[in-house]
Design a binder for this molecule. Structure first.
Ligand code: FAD
Length: 318
């Protein structure tokens, strides 16, 4: 997504290491290049933070986000306290080289309840949205004078390549010229389920993607609800409905009929993935992970410990 560039444009190692950016072959850039980031959720904001923190001069950074606020994306826009991070606070730092960054940020918050968090707690996701906004605000304030910065509340609708740069067309009718473009668009909504009569999709009783607080709040409390899928989003919806006093029956349908299992304390096995190189394909890596989990269990570790180690391998996998 971003090409190799002079040192002043290179983001900190952490970003490239974690696979957010794929560094391609070297090409010449103009003396004051413009990097446009499309999508101001977690990844886009983090890339912006790293560019602002690590560039001394001669760089223009533009962050295009269609929502009125940045940092939260889908995951961290929820208003419900019961919607928790699925990773403990001690492992959610936005800076790999400062592992306690998020945890320390939590301690600086004013309420006593927040200060009682431990590193192993699963805190509300909305706090993480605040955290991402706060690190972006800090980077904006501390950026070098020679670094240009602009935040645009707009939607990118097309990108047109012209030679070595490109034009981003925005929904407002405005255009942005950029030498490099980073797409940080997040996950797309799921597809509609296949049904015999497509007019079903227009029904007010059908919600394709129920992740926003206003949609969840609009669910009628007296009526029965059918949720397709029993993963974390289903749990989010059930908890939100419970909090708003849902009276009707809630049915959950999934292929395997399983809910996510709760977290368990983990211990990293020093032996996992140490003996040989990681497989090259997703399928072989998946099989290898299952084997590693089985062998970890035989050695007395729980499967969560082996899974936990995967988080450290994300950059290798990406
Ligand atoms: C419900 C849920 C809970 C999660 N919980 C966790 C968790 O606890 N811990 C964890 O590590 N991960 C969690 N994740 C994974 C999480 O999504 C990622 O960690 C991370 O937030 C993804 O960041 P992103 O920038 O790719 O996407 P997002 O944060 O979703 O950001 C994408 C942004 O791009 C914007 N955008 C899209 N298209 C355009 C366009 N054309 N023009 C302008 N703007 C555009 C969107 O408005 C959005 O703000 C969760 C995911 C979900 C869905």
């Amino acid at each position: 997504l971003i090409s190799h560039q002079p040192a002043n444009l290179l983001p900190s190692e952490g970003v490239a290491d974690r696979g957010f950016l794929k560094i391609q072959n070297a090409v010449l850039l103009p003396s004051s290049p413009t990097v446009a980031i499309v999508g101001g959720g977690f990844s886009g904001s983090r890339v912006a933070v790293h560019l602002l923190n690590n560039s001394a001069t001669n760089l223009n950074v533009k962050l295009i986000e269609r929502r009125p606020y940045v940092g939260a994306g889908i995951a961290y826009s929820t208003n419900w306290d019961c919607h928790l991070l699925n990773v403990p606070a001690g492992k959610m730092s936005a800076f790999p080289d400062i592992p306690d960054h998020f945890f320390n940020w939590l301690q600086t918050r004013s309420t006593d309840a927040d200060k009682n968090f431990s590193r192993n707690d699963f805190v509300a996701r909305k706090l993480y949205g605040e955290y991402v906004r706060s690190i972006l605000a800090e980077a904006e304030t501390n950026k070098a004078d020679g670094v240009g910065w602009e935040r645009l509340t707009d939607e990118a609708i097309a990108i047109e390549k012209n030679g070595r740069s490109a034009t981003i067309h925005l929904n407002s009718g405005k255009n942005i010229q950029a030498d490099r473009i980073i797409l940080a668009l997040g996950n797309f909504p799921p597809r509609d389920p296949v049904v015999a009569d497509p007019s079903f999709y227009q029904s007010k009783r059908y919600l394709r993607f129920c992740s926003t607080p206003s949609l969840l709040a609009s669910l009628p409390v007296e009526e029965s609800i059918l949720i397709l899928g029993s993963g974390l989003s289903a749990i989010d919806a059930i908890m939100a409905m419970d909090r708003q006093g849902h009276q009707g029956k809630i049915y959950v349908v999934s292929r395997r009929g399983l809910f996510p299992q709760s977290h368990q304390p983990t211990t990293n096995s020093p032996l996992l993935f140490e003996s040989e190189p990681l497989p090259k394909t997703t399928l072989s890596l998946f099989r290898r992970v299952r084997q590693e989990i089985e062998s970890a269990q035989k050695k007395g570790y729980n499967w969560q410990s082996a899974k936990e180690l995967l988080r450290h391998l994300e950059r290798v996998v990406l």
